[in-house]
Every structure is written in structure tokens, then in C-alpha cells.
Design a protein around this ligand. Structure first.
Ligand SMILES: [Zn+2]
Length: 322
């Protein structure tokens, strides 16, 4: 389990449970996405099932099947993106858990994105958690604990995961991305994803990075003539606007830091040579921070209920600080 990086309290807690043999029936792994909850759940099960020493667990045939999610005694409930967990899946889980393990001494059930349980499936799961079949370990994983039924939360031992320190996140990005990532880019991504290497790697594989160039271009077009600020933003879908606003926030932070002369803390140093920088250079630091605050509020509103098209209308005005 020493491979669990940057999550010392969670790692120590899980290690200790294995060492002392005090393993609970149900765990709830909480914290932001992409910071190692799934990774740690697998390592925890490896440490329980594997015959190797706990520190080197992860290399044998048993561990490899845990890693690939094909171990016969570990059942996975993995909802598709934004899809609810169906009650049939929980019923199937219950049926399988009533059988003895095939090859180890325990059965385990991992429920990913447990916040995708709706009322019916939550209640079905709750019944199983209340009377768990002997020798069964449940691990519920979520980044939205607040949306789970309180009765489910109270049945579980919570293991909290946190955003990683930038250096840890950066190292994980470099080693786990599966493609070459230069050190500066890894650092940029670690900041941009707010200490979540999983999210950073997702961004790396998505189109956000090429969008970054596009967005800077769009803003630079506005620069000579402020009337463009009132024309509305080009992107109008919820996800697009959230990503655009995140990029703006990061760049404005960089501009504010550069203006304060702390250039070594700037994430993307190319910003200083950009038209963007010139455009915001005439603003006071206070005004830039005010714009950042307004963008943070706008992002929250878009994540909540505000109509994305309305947000697209507001965004340029918020950027102009008017
Ligand atoms: Zn092993």
C-alpha cells in the first residue's frame, strides 16, 4: 500500500486495519474525484487477499486480477457516466453475495459513484448493509457524500481523501499519464486540476488543452474593442462554459501573481508575453481579484442551476469587470 501517494491518513488507517485484522463490513471512501479513492480501494483489497507482503502486494496473479477488476470474489458496481445505479444491479449483487467466495475467504463489493444510487436502489443496498452476509466487505466510493442517504453513511466507516499537494500530483501525472508529459506541463495540470491527478490526466486526454489556445485567441480578439465584451460567449454548453471559466480563473490568477512580481509562482509563464496580459495590465490587482471572485461565483452558478446560455451572455461582462 505504500503506492498510495499523498493520502497519508487514509493509507495509514487502511494499513492498520489489515495489520490488526480489524476489517469493517462497510467503508465509504469520500473526497474529490481523481485523488486515489479507486486506486486505494484496489490496494486495500490486494493487501487483504494477497499472499505477498503488504508492502510489495500488487505484483502477483491475485493482485493482477484485482487490478483488472476480474477477481471472482470482488464484485463491481460501476455506473456509466451520469447514469443512475439500477435496482437490478443491487439485486444481482445481493444474490451473488449470498454465495460463498470462489477462491478466497471473503467476498467484496465495490460501488463506484455511490451518489448515483437513487432512492429505490439506496434502500435495497441499505437492507444488505444492515444485515451483511458474513465475510463480506463493502466499499462505497463517492465524491458527493452529501447526496447519499444518511442511513447509508451511518452504516459505513468513512475514509477521507483529499486533494494532493501539487508536487505529489505532478509526479503522479508524469508517471501515470501513459504519454510523455513535460515537467512544466505536469505542474500546470496539477494546479489546473486543483491537486487531482486523475482529473489532470483526464484533461490531458481531453480537448481542454487545445481549447486553452482557442480561448486565449477569442479573448485577444476582444481586446482591441470592448464592444466585443457584450456580444456573448461563443461556447454555450454547461461543460464547455465550466471549463472555459476554470481556464480564465487560472490565467487571471497568473496575471495577478505576475503583476505582483512573483513570476516564479506563475503556472503558465507564457502568459506574460501575451496580448491577454497587456489587456489586463491596466487593471489594478484588486480589480483582477474581484473579476476572479465573480468568475468563481459564475462557475458555481453554472454547476448549479443557471441556464448555460444566460451564463454565456454574462461571462464576457464579468471578464471585463464592468
Ligand atoms: Zn499479490
Amino acid at each position: 500500500m505504500k503506492n498510495i501517494k499523498g493520502q497519508n491518513s487514509a493509507r495509514k488507517f487502511l494499513e492498520n486495519s489489515v495489520k490488526t485484522g480489524r476489517i469493517a463490513n462497510s467503508y465509504l471512501f469520500t473526497g474529490p474525484s481523481g485523488v486515489g479513492k479507486l486506486f486505494s480501494a484496489k490496494r486495500f483489497l490486494m493487501a487483504i487477499l494477497c499472499k505477498e507482503d503488504m508492502d510489495i502486494a500488487g505484483t502477483c496473479a491475485v493482485c493482477s486480477r484485482v487490478e483488472k477488476k476480474i477477481h471472482p470474489d470482488i464484485l463491481w458496481v460501476t455506473p456509466e457516466k451520469n447514469k443512475n445505479i439500477k435496482i437490478d444491479e443491487i439485486r444481482a449483487l445481493k444474490d451473488r453475495l449470498s454465495l460463498k467466495p470462489f477462491e478466497s475467504v471473503i467476498n467484496a463489493a465495490i460501488i463506484e459513484d455511490a451518489h448515483m444510487l437513487r432512492r429505490e436502489s439506496s434502500n435495497a443496498l441499505l437492507k444488505i448493509l444492515e444485515e451483511p452476509p458474513e465475510g463480506t466487505i463493502f466499499i462505497l466510493i463517492t465524491n458527493k457524500k452529501e447526496t447519499l442517504l444518511p442511513t447509508i453513511i451511518s452504516r459505513c466507516i468513512e475514509v477521507k481523501f483529499h486533494p494532493l499537494p501539487i508536487d505529489d500530483a505532478k509526479n503522479i501525472i508524469i508517471h501515470e499519464a501513459g504519454v510523455f508529459v513535460a515537467s512544466e506541463m505536469a505542474e500546470f495540470l496539477a494546479h489546473f486540476a486543483e491537486g487531482s491527478p486523475g482529473r489532470a490526466i483526464e484533461i490531458l486526454k481531453s480537448e481542454v488543452l487545445s481549447r486553452r489556445g482557442e480561448i486565449l485567441g477569442m479573448v485577444e480578439q476582444m481586446a482591441p474593442d470592448e464592444k466585443y465584451f457584450y456580444a456573448g460567449w461563443k461556447h454555450e454548453s454547461k461543460d464547455d462554459i465550466i471549463e472555459d471559466v476554470e481556464i480564465f480563473i487560472m490565467y487571471l490568477r497568473d496575471i495577478a501573481i505576475a503583476k505582483e512580481g512573483m513570476i516564479k509562482y506563475v503556472v503558465d509563464k507564457s502568459i506574460v508575453d501575451s496580448l491577454w496580459y497587456k489587456m489586463f495590465e491596466r487593471y489594478s490587482i484588486d480589480k483582477i481579484y474581484m473579476i476572479i471572485e465573480r468568475l468563481v461565483a459564475l462557475k458555481k452558478a453554472v454547476e448549479g442551476n443557471i441556464n448555460p446560455k444566460l451564463a454565456a451572455q454574462i461571462l464576457p461582462r464579468e471578464l471585463s469587470g464592468c
